[in-house]
Design a protein. Structure first.
Lengths: 321, 282, 478
C-alpha cells in the first residue's frame, strides 16, 4: 500500500505551500504547539488502561503480528540473520498456533540472507538504509544504500531523516530527501525514521512527522533504537495525533512504528491502547502499525504461555535467536 | 555461668554514594568512649575519599533538587521513622560520652527536630518566595532554590542533634552534602548514614566521612565544585580562618565557625533566590 | 480482532462495610439518640450499602461538648505533638489507600481510577502538608503566636467525600482546633472509616467527631451556640442560609460554593492538550465539581476544527461500572442529582441550544448521564448561567481576549477559570483580569495541598490549601 498523495496534491489543495523553504517553514511553525505536561499526562493516563483476559490474549497475538523482528548490529552475520528468521517462522517451539511477526528488520547488506531464510513465508524483509543510524553521508551514498537493499529484494525500507538539516532549519532539504528515497524505493514501502531522541522537543517531533508524511512515507517511525529516549508513550501519542491530522486533511492513511525500548508485554499493550484511543480500530493492523523490537517477542511468548497455563513462565522456555 | 552468644560488632565505614566503602587509604582510627574503652575501629577518610564524596554529591544533586518538595518531605519523614526504630542504638552511642538520661533526651529531641525539618520541604517556597509588585506590566516572582553541594563538619558535642541540624537543614531544600563526622564520637554519624541508606534517600544526597576534619577540611574548602561550606562544627579558630580564606576562591557560601544559626535561618543559608520577569499583555 | 477492553474490575474484598454505623463522638462509635437510620446506596447499581445514623440536635450537642472538652488539651499541646498525630493519620491513609479508594468508589460512584490516582493521594498529601504546619504556625504570616479558634463545625459535600474531609480537618487540627464534621448523607462511609483511622492513630478522644445525618443535622451544627467556626462546602443556596444563620454571632465562616467556570481556548492553544483540558474540565468526576469548566469559551476562528476534535474525543470516553479500572465516567451520585441535571439540561433544548450526546451504552441500573455538549449557547441561557453539577458542557464563542474575559466574568460565580494559549503574556494578562479564585493555564482541575483554593463572589469566601488555608482556623495576630 503506498501513499499516492503527492506534494503537488498538497500544494494544490492549499494545505501546504512548498514553493520555498521559507513557506514550508511557515507551515511547520504554524502547526499547533504541544504542551509537554498535558501530552505526558494524557499518555500516562492511557497507560493505566488495564488489559486483562480476552483483551490481553488478543493484544498479545496482535502485538506479535505487528513486530518487525530486528537485528541491527555491526557484528551481524549470516548465521545470526538466519537464526532470527527461524524464530520468526516458528516463534514458539512448543506452540504452533503462535502467529509470526510481520517482518524481519536487518541492515541492507543482510537482505539476501533474510530473503533466503524466509522463502515460502509471507514474512516481509525490511532493510534500514540511508546511512542508518546517523544519516550522515552524502545524498548519493544514501540513495545507493537504498538501491542496493531494494535490489537484494527488500520489501520495506526504513530510512532516517537528516536531523542536522532539520536543526539548521533546512526543512526543504529534509523533505526532498524523503521524496528522493521514496522514488528509489519503487514498490517497496517506506518508513521514515524521525529519530525523536535527537529532535528533543515535542514541537519538533510534530513538525518532523508532517515532513515524513508530506514526503511520501508509508509509515512514520520514532527511532533507530540507537538513541534514548526512543519510543516513549508521549512521543508515540504525538505522532499518532499527527497521523490523525494528516488523515483529516488529506484522506491519506499513514502507518506508525515505534522502535526502541519496547521490551515487555506491558509496553506493547500500552502501544495498542494509544493506537486504539487515538486513531481507532482501523489502525490496529500490521499494515498500519508495527513495533520495532527484539527481546519483546520472548516476553510476549512468556505472557501468552501464562494465559494458557495459568503459571508464570521463564527464560528457559523461550528460544534465544 | 550464662552462655551469652558472642556479639557481632559493626564495622564503622564511610558512607558515599549510598554505599559503605572503607577509605581508599585503608587507614583506620580507634573510637573510644570517655573512659578510654575501645568501641570500634573506624575508617579514616582521605582527601581522595572526600573527592569521591563530592563527585557523588554532585551526581545526586540534579535528581534530589529536581524532586518535588512533597517527595523530599516524604523521604525526610521516612528517615525519622527509621531513626525512631534505632533509638536505642543512638542512645548507646551518645551515652559513650554523656550520661544516659541526657543521651535519651538528645536522641528524642534529634528525632523530633528531624521531623520539624521534614515539614519544611513543601513550605519554603511559600515562606521565602514572593510575587513582587514591580512598577510595570510584568509578572515578577522570586523562588528559592538550593545552592548545590555543601561541605560540613559535625561538632564534637551535641553529636547527634547538631548533626541533624546540619544535615536536615541542608537537604530539605534539595542540596546535597558531604559531612565529616566528629573525630571523637563518629558513631552516631555512622548510624545516621545507615538510617539514610534504608530510608529512600537517593545515594549521594548525604555522604558521611569518618575521620579527621583537620586533614580533610582544607580539601573540601578549596574544592571548586563545592558550593557552600558549614564551618560551625570547627572549634579550632586558626583552622576555621584558613578554611574561610580558602573557600573564598570560588565564593562559597559560608556559615562561620561558632555561628549559632538554627532552623529556618539555617535552611535559608543554603538557598539561592531566583527572580523571574514576564510581561502581561494580550 | 478488535482489541476491546475486557472488564478489569477492582476487587471489593479489601473493604468490609458494616450493616449499621453509629456516630463517632469522643473517640467512640455511639448510637444516635433517636435511633433513626437512613440508607446509603451505591449509585452505580442502587445496591444498599449500609444503614447510617441520623444525628439529631441532641447528638450534635453531645459532639460539640466533646470537642470543647478535648480542645483544652489539644490546643495546649505543643504543635510538634499535634503534628505527629497528623503524620500518623497521613501514613495510615497511605497504608490503607486501596481499601479507602474502593470504599469511596462504592459510596460515591466515581471511577476507581480517580479515587486511586487522584482523591486518596491528595487526601494523604493534605494531612502530610498540614502536619508540618502544626509546629510552624509562627511562620504562616498570622502573627507571632496565632491561636486556634476553638471548636469548628464542618459540613462537607458528596462529590469528593474524603478529600473534602481532609481539606477541612487537616488545617483545623494543625492550628489547634477540634472539630465536629458532618459528611454528606449520600456519602458518609469514608468519613466513618476515617473515624476508625483516628482510633488507629490514637488521636485523643473528642478532637475529631463525625456526626452523620442530613441537612437538618447540618443546620443544628451551624446553629449550635458553642461553635466558634463554620466551614461549609456545598451549594451557594445553602451557603446563603448559613451566612444568614450566623448573622449577629461571633462565628467565623468560610464557604466553598458553586461555580460556572469558563474554560477559554484561544486560537493559538496547544490544541490536543486543550481538548484534554476541556474534556477533563467538565467530565472529570462526572462534572460533580464546583470548579468544573462547564462553559467552553472557544475563539470563533477555530470553532469548527476544535469542536470536531472534541466530539471525536468525547466518543472515546468509557462510561460504566466505576469499579472497572478502565472506566472514565462513573455514575451520577444520586437520583435527586440525576433529576436536577436532566431538568436543567432540558432547558438547553427548550431555549434553543443544540444538544450533542456522546455515544456510550448506559447501564440498566444505577444513575447515569452521558457526556453531553450544548452548542449555540448564549449568555442568557440557563445552561450558561446555572450550575448543573453534571457532565454537561455549554459552548460559547468569543472574538477577542477582552470579550472572552467579559463573558467569563459575567456570572455571579467566581470560583475558577481556564486559559488555553501558548502565549505567556496573554496567560498572565487574562489571569490578572479574571474574577476567579483559581485560574488554570494550560491545565485544569489540578489540586495540591500547597495550592490555595476558593472563590470570588457567590462562589464563597476563604481559601483552603497552603499557608492561606491556615487563616480560617486561627485568630490572626498583629
Amino acid at each position: 500500500m503506498s501513499n499516492s498523495f503527492s506534494l503537488q496534491d498538497a500544494a494544490r489543495s492549499g494545505l501546504v505551500d512548498v514553493s520555498s523553504n521559507a513557506s514550508l517553514t511557515r507551515f511547520l511553525h504554524g502547526l499547533p504547539g504541544v504542551d509537554l505536561v498535558g501530552l505526558e499526562a494524557r499518555a500516562a493516563m492511557l497507560g493505566t488502561r488495564s488489559i486483562k483476559t480476552t483483551a490481553k490474549a488478543e493484544g498479545i497475538d496482535l502485538a506479535i503480528r505487528m513486530i518487525d523482528l530486528t537485528t541491527l548490529e555491526g557484528m551481524d552475520t549470516r548465521g545470526k540473520v538466519r537464526s532470527l528468521c527461524a524464530k520468526a517462522r516458528r516463534p514458539d517451539p512448543y506452540d504452533a498456533t503462535v502467529p509470526s511477526p510481520a517482518a524481519i528488520c536487518v541492515y541492507g547488506d543482510m537482505v539476501g540472507h533474510a530473503k533466503d531464510a524466509l522463502t515460502g513465508t509471507t514474512i516481509k524483509v525490511a532493510a534500514v538504509a540511508t546511512a542508518f543510524p546517523s544519516g550522515r553521508a552524502s545524498r548519493r551514498v544514501k540513495l545507493m544504500d537504498v538501491q542496493d537493499a531494494v535490489a537484494l529484494g527488500a520489501d520495506e525500507i526504513d530510512m532516517v531523516i537528516d536531523r542536522g538539516a532539520f536543526h539548521e532549519g533546512r526543512y526543504m532539504d529534509v523533505l526532498e530527501e524523503i521524496i528522493a528515497v521514496k522514488e528509489v524505493c519503487g514498490s517497496a514501502h517506506l518508513k521514515v525514521i524521525l529519530e525523536t531522541g535527537e529532535l528533543k522537543t515535542y514541537d519538533n517531533i510534530r513538525r518532523a512527522s508532517w515532513l515524513g508524511m508530506l514526503g511520501g512515507g508509508d509509515f512514520i517511525k520514532t527511532s533507530t533504537g540507537k538513541v534514548t529516549p526512543a519510543a516513549t508513550a508521549p512521543v508515540v501519542l504525538l505522532m499518532l495525533q499527527a497521523i490523525r491530522d494528516f488523515h483529516k486533511n488529506t484522506g491519506q492513511v499513514i502507518g506508525m512504528k515505534p522502535a526502541g525500548g519496547i521490551r515487555t508485554t506491558k509496553d506493547a499493550m500500552k502501544m495498542l491502547v494509544l493506537v486504539k484511543e487515538t486513531l481507532g480500530d482501523r489502525w490496529l493492523d500490521p499494515d498500519l502499525f508495527r513495533i520495532g523490537a527484539s527481546s519483546l517477542l520472548n516476553d510476549l511468548l512468556m505472557q501468552r504461555t501464562k494465559l494458557r497455563t495459568g503459571a508464570y513462565s521463564g527464560p528457559d522456555y523461550v528460544t534465544v535467536d | 555461668m550464662t552462655n551469652k552468644p558472642v556479639e557481632i560488632r559493626r564495622t564503622a565505614k564511610l558512607f558515599i554514594g549510598g554505599k559503605f566503602p572503607r577509605s581508599e587509604s585503608a587507614r583506620s582510627f580507634e573510637v573510644l568512649d570517655r573512659k578510654g574503652n575501645f568501641l570500634a575501629n573506624a575508617s579514616l577518610a582521605s582527601r581522595k575519599d572526600a573527592r569521591d564524596a563530592v563527585v557523588a554529591a554532585r551526581a545526586a544533586f540534579a535528581g534530589w533538587s529536581g524532586a518535588t518538595a512533597y517527595n523530599r518531605g516524604q523521604v525526610l519523614y521516612r528517615v525519622a521513622e527509621i531513626m525512631q526504630g534505632r533509638r536505642n542504638q543512638f542512645v548507646d552511642e551518645l551515652a559513650a560520652w554523656i550520661d544516659h538520661a541526657a543521651a535519651e533526651r538528645e536522641v528524642d529531641a534529634a528525632i523530633d527536630r528531624w521531623v520539624w525539618f521534614a515539614g519544611w520541604a513543601d513550605k519554603l517556597a511559600m515562606v521565602t518566595g514572593s510575587n513582587n509588585p514591580v512598577a510595570g506590566p510584568f509578572f515578577n516572582f522570586s523562588v528559592p532554590e538550593p545552592t548545590g553541594v555543601i561541605a560540613g563538619f559535625a561538632p564534637t558535642n551535641n553529636a547527634l542533634i547538631d548533626l541533624v541540624e546540619l544535615v536536615a537543614s541542608a537537604i530539605v531544600s534539595g542540596n546535597t552534602v558531604v559531612v565529616v563526622a566528629s573525630l571523637q564520637n563518629p558513631l552516631p554519624a555512622v548510624s545516621l548514614g545507615e538510617v539514610l541508606a534504608t530510608s529512600d534517600v537517593p545515594g549521594g544526597v548525604v555522604n558521611i566521612l569518618t575521620g579527621d576534619a583537620t586533614e580533610i577540611a582544607p580539601w573540601l574548602a578549596s574544592h571548586m565544585d563545592v558550593n557552600a561550606i558549614d564551618l560551625s562544627g570547627i572549634s579550632d579558630a586558626k583552622l576555621a580562618f584558613d578554611l574561610e580564606v580558602s573557600a573564598a576562591e570560588n565564593l562559597k557560601r559560608i556559615l562561620r565557625a561558632g555561628a549559632s544559626v538554627q532552623g529556618l535561618a539555617r535552611i535559608k543559608t543554603w538557598l539561592e533566590t531566583k527572580t523571574v520577569w514576564h510581561p502581561r499583555g494580550f | 480482532m478488535t482489541f476491546e477492553y475486557a472488564p478489569a474490575l477492582e476487587s471489593t474484598s479489601v473493604v468490609s462495610i458494616k450493616d449499621q454505623y453509629g456516630l463517632f463522638i469522643n473517640g467512640e462509635f455511639v448510637n444516635a439518640q433517636a435511633g433513626e437510620h437512613f440508607a446509603t446506596l451505591n449509585p452505580a447499581n442502587e445496591d444498599h450499602l449500609a444503614n447510617i445514623s441520623q444525628g439529631s440536635s441532641h447528638d450534635i450537642d453531645v459532639a460539640v461538648k466533646a470537642a470543647r472538652k478535648a480542645f483544652v488539651k489539644w490546643s495546649a499541646m505543643p504543635g510538634a505533638e499535634r503534628g505527629k498525630y497528623l503524620y500518623r493519620i497521613a501514613r495510615i491513609i497511605q497504608d490503607r489507600s486501596r481499601e479507602i479508594a474502593v470504599l469511596e468508589t462504592l459510596d460515591n460512584g466515581k471511577p476507581i481510577r480517580e479515587t486511586r490516582d487522584v482523591d486518596i493521594p491528595l487526601v494523604a498529601a493534605q494531612f502530610f502538608h498540614y502536619a508540618g504546619w502544626a509546629d510552624k504556625l509562627e511562620y504562616a504570616g498570622m502573627g507571632n503566636n496565632p491561636q486556634p479558634l476553638g471548636v469548628a463545625g464542618q459540613i462537607i459535600p458528596w462529590n469528593f467525600p474524603l478529600l473534602m474531609l481532609a481539606w477541612k480537618i487537616a488545617p483545623a487540627l494543625a492550628a489547634g482546633n477540634t472539630v465536629v464534621l458532618k459528611p454528606a448523607e449520600e456519602t458518609p462511609l469514608t468519613a466513618l472509616l476515617f473515624a476508625e483511622i483516628c482510633q488507629q492513630a490514637d488521636l485523643p478522644p473528642g478532637v475529631v467527631n463525625i456526626v452523620t445525618g442530613d441537612g437538618s443535622t447540618g443546620r443544628a451544627l451551624v446553629e449550635h451556640p458553642d461553635i466558634n467556626k463554620i466551614a461549609f462546602t456545598g451549594s451557594t443556596e445553602v451557603g446563603r442560609q448559613i451566612a444568614r444563620a450566623v448573622a449577629g454571632t461571633q462565628k467565623k465562616v468560610t464557604l466553598e460554593l458553586g461555580g460556572k467556570a469558563a474554560n477559554i481556548v484561544f486560537d493559538d492553544a496547544a490544541i490536543d492538550q486543550a481538548i484534554e483540558g476541556v474534556v477533563n474540565g467538565i467530565f472529570f468526576n462526572q462534572g460533580h465539581v464546583c470548579c468544573a469548566g462547564s462553559r467552553l469559551l472557544i475563539q470563533e476562528s477555530i470553532y469548527d476544527q476544535f469542536m470536531e476534535l472534541l466530539y471525536d474525543r468525547c466518543n472515546t470516553l468509557r462510561l460504566g461500572n466505576p469499579l472497572d479500572k478502565n472506566t472514565d465516567v462513573g455514575a451520577i451520585n444520586s437520583a435527586a442529582q440525576l433529576a436536577r441535571i436532566t431538568e436543567i439540561a432540558a432547558t438547553g433544548d427548550a431555549e434553543g441550544a443544540h444538544r450533542w450526546t456522546a455515544s456510550c451504552a448506559i447501564p440498566e441500573k444505577g444513575f447515569w448521564y452521558p457526556p453531553t455538549i450544548f452548542t449555540d449557547v448564549s449568555q442568557a441561557n440557563r445552561i450558561a448561567r446555572e450550575e448543573i453539577f453534571g457532565p454537561v458542557l455549554s459552548v460559547l464563542t468569543f472574538r477577542t481576549p477582552e470579550e472572552a474575559i467579559e463573558k467569563a466574568n459575567n456570572s455571579p460565580f467566581g470560583l475558577s477559570a481556564g486559559i488555553w494559549t501558548e502565549k505567556g503574556s496573554r496567560i498572565l494578562q487574562v489571569a490578572s483580569q479574571l474574577r476567579a479564585g483559581v485560574v488554570w493555564a494550560n491545565t485544569f482541575n489540578k489540586f495540591d495541598a500547597t495550592s490555595p483554593f476558593g472563590g470570588y463572589k457567590e462562589s464563597g469566601y476563604g481559601r483552603e490549601g497552603g499557608r492561606h488555608g491556615l487563616e480560617p482556623y486561627l485568630k490572626v495576630g498583629g
